[in-house]
Ligand binder design. Structure first.
Ligand code: ASP
Ligand code: MG
Length: 406
């Protein structure tokens, strides 16, 4: 008999029919003898709808009141779910963030979980009740409702699983698991059976959208196994677990891409100590996250500086850089939003040489020019022209043999 936390996302609880179907799944699991705690998202689209409502009244909305509003989305699904379970002959009880309680700091809209006393959930389980917990929400020490940030139900689920000492945290979604790349642009993409936390983190931050990044960090910190799977089939999904020796034999586990990138270049910057700080301090003060940075030295004590930012921050970053360029005497500033980043990820890279050069060769064989490169222990990223994204992803997926069965 296992203790399982099951989290269902917005599409899995999008309407009453689906809520009933999910309740049947949970009850089926109970009949098999496992104990289940359920964590739910709001119905698909509901959080967006509530945000739009708030903005009709006040823009930007008051952060405390917005959290009170957003928390209603999950209140709807957990109560309906508990009713559905009762119609199937099981006892279920909904728990709001304040009732568990999910204790967080006071950062409205992006609160961090500080502690979850598991007693109430364990008491309910001991009485044969299925606890149904509202995802995405918590409560501060002064009793205010908070939310954890978009997609935060995944983090709720992992944190609850850790708090009650669950054997596994199952994340149910509308896809079968984590794929070797985006099946929408590469039909040969395969479901990955097992992947390490670290690879999953890289894949999640590089654009694979199945799991919220924070939930993976949480799971990794506490060694909680994650099972990402579909709520529409019974097939096993992807297990996200601690790295083991067998994973090292696979050089590349996945190919990811992001079109949400923009590039800014300062040319002929006087090469003096402190120049990088002059450029990047105001950018970070504006809360803009810089991803890749490349500096080339030119003759005559001049240097070029190129870096990437999220496309949404491009205009603001460009304005800052144009101002700084004048102050420090750089010759010119240029920018480009039609770029993309393609990356390969795999723990096997740690012990195998030549993975990066293979990537460069594959791209060149397809006539794709590399604009920037960055590497870490388990990933290599290349910035390319955006129009080549799909071609690059398919070429890398095939070139590293990801289309073949494991
Ligand atoms: N309902 C929230 C959102 O849409 C939390 C979640 O679904 O994980 O962001
Ligand atoms: Mg989600």
């Amino acid at each position: 008999m296992a203790l399982v936390v099951q989290k269902y996302g917005g599409t899995s609880v999008a309407n009453c029919d689906r809520i009933r179907r999910v309740a049947e799944r949970v009850c089926q699991r109970r009949r098999q003898g496992d104990d289940v705690v359920v964590v739910l998202s709001a119905m698909a689209g509901e959080t967006n709808r509530l945000i739009a409502l708030a903005k009709e009244i006040q823009s930007p909305p008051d952060p405390r009141e917005l959290d009170v509003l957003l928390a209603t989305g999950e209140q709807v699904t957990i109560s309906l779910f508990a009713m559905a379970a009762k119609t199937l002959g099981f006892e279920a009880r909904s728990f709001l963030g304040t009732q568990v309680p999910i204790e967080t700091d006071r950062a409205h809209g992006k609160a961090r979980i500080k502690n979850i006393p598991g007693e109430r959930l364990k008491e309910a389980l001991a009485q044969g009740i299925i606890p149904v917990v509202a995802g995405f929400q918590g409560v501060t020490d002064s009793g205010s409702i908070t939310t954890l940030g978009r997609g935060g139900s995944d983090t709720t689920a992992v944190a609850v699983a850790v708090a009650i000492g669950a054997d596994v945290c199952e994340i149910y979604t509308d896809v079968e698991g984590v794929f070797t790349t985006d099946p929408n642009i590469c039909p040969q993409a395969r479901k990955i059976d097992r992947i390490s936390y670290e690879e999953m983190l890289e894949m999640a931050s590089l654009g694979a959208k199945v799991l919220e990044i924070r939930s993976v960090e949480f799971a990794m910190r506490y060694g909680m196994p994650l099972h990402v799977r579909s709520s529409f089939t019974d097939a096993p999904g992807t297990l996200v677990v601690e790295e083991d020796a067998s994973m090292e034999n696979i050089l590349v586990s996945g190919v990811t891409y992001s079109k949400n990138e923009a590039r800014i270049t300062l040319s002929k910057v006087p090469d003096r100590p402190g120049i990088a700080a002059r450029i990047f301090d105001p950018i970070s003060e504006a809360n803009i996250v810089v991803d890749m940075i490349i500096q080339n030295t030119r003759a005559g004590e001049l240097t070029d500086m190129t870096f990437t930012v999220p496309q949404g921050d491009y205009d603001q970053a460009l304005a800052i850089v144009e101002r700084v360029a004048k102050e420090i005497g750089a010759e010119s500033v240029a920018g480009d939003t039609s770029i993309a980043k393609v990356s390969i990820v795999g723990v096997g890279m740690r012990n195998h040489a030549g993975v990066a050069s293979t990537m460069f060769r594959i791209l060149s064989e397809h006539g794709i020019n590399i604009l920037m490169i960055s590497t870490s222990e388990i990933k290599v990223s290349c910035v390319i022209e955006e129009k080549y994204t799909e071609l690059a992803v398919r070429a890398l997926h095939e070139g590293f043999g990801l289309d073949k069965a494991e």
